[in-house]
Design a protein around this ligand. Sequence first.
Ligand code: ATP
Ligand SMILES: O=c1ccn([C@@H]2O[C@H](COP(=O)(O)O)[C@@H](O)[C@H]2O)c(=O)[nH]1
Length: 242
Amino acid sequence: MWRRATPLSPLISSFKSSFCIQQTEHRIFERFTTGLPLQEKDGISPKYGAPFITFVLGGPGCGKGTQCAKIVETFGFKHLSAGDLLRREIESDSDYGSMILNSIKEGRIVPSEVTVKLIQREMESSDNKKFLIDGFPRCEENRRAFENIIGAEPDLVLFFDCPEDEMVKRVLNRNEGRIDDNIDTVKKRLKVFQALSLPVINYYAKKGKLHTINAIGSVDEIFEQVHPLFAVCKRAGRRETT
Ligand SMILES: Nc1ncnc2c1ncn2[C@@H]1O[C@H](COP(=O)(O)OP(=O)(O)OP(=O)(O)O)[C@@H](O)[C@H]1O
Ligand SMILES: O=c1ccn([C@@H]2O[C@H](COP(=O)(O)O)[C@@H](O)[C@H]2O)c(=O)[nH]1
């Protein structure tokens, strides 16, 4: 049966403050221990089990995937990178392959239904119900489609805040042969991020679910900001490993 957090905590003005962490701890602790029943609300109809969902947001190359790997290693989450799922779809025999490829080349957002269905497939087939959904939702339409199709809202939202020049530098140094890691596409991705992804980030800020992480510094320094947000899951003691 689905479980969900207590009513949304109030708008928290400083996302970096310890107050914010305490609020989140309280909400997550209740979520893990008492697990109030999910209610049908805002068009959300609970469908699959009781996942613990974290959205990991931030511009191109800000370090989302790098930090997700550390969260997986430390806290045992299942990592679902929306970009990786789409790239995998291109490699498969999918009808959507060429459309996805063209969207990625141009830095455009793939239609929500396609991406949400890929995420849904992974969520349904995973034994691990603690999910890190990386690089999604990228626009308000993505967000609404996720809520409608999956029937859930995230428990936590992380935003890796990174200056544009640093993001460009990281993307261009990545060297993984990605078709969109070039200066022209990066500029387009940054525009899409500003215009369409920031509204989603603001939406979660207003709901008191957003945690802004300063993405400048070493990988370990950044993880020091991330760690306390998940440590409460360990203390709550449930669903730690699956
Ligand atoms: N703190 C850091 N300092 C310097 N470089 C970093 C840091 N974190 C990650 N990187 C490097 O920056 C590049 C981009 O990181 P990563 O792939 O994690 O970003 P991302 O946000 O997942 O990117 P995208 O959204 O484009 O998939 C990688 O080459 C990674 O090794
Ligand atoms: O939810 C998503 C995620 C990704 N895309 C497309 O993929 C590329 C690369 O995404 P990364 O997160 O950087 O791996 C992105 O620019 C989009 O074109 C998407 O449409 N929807």
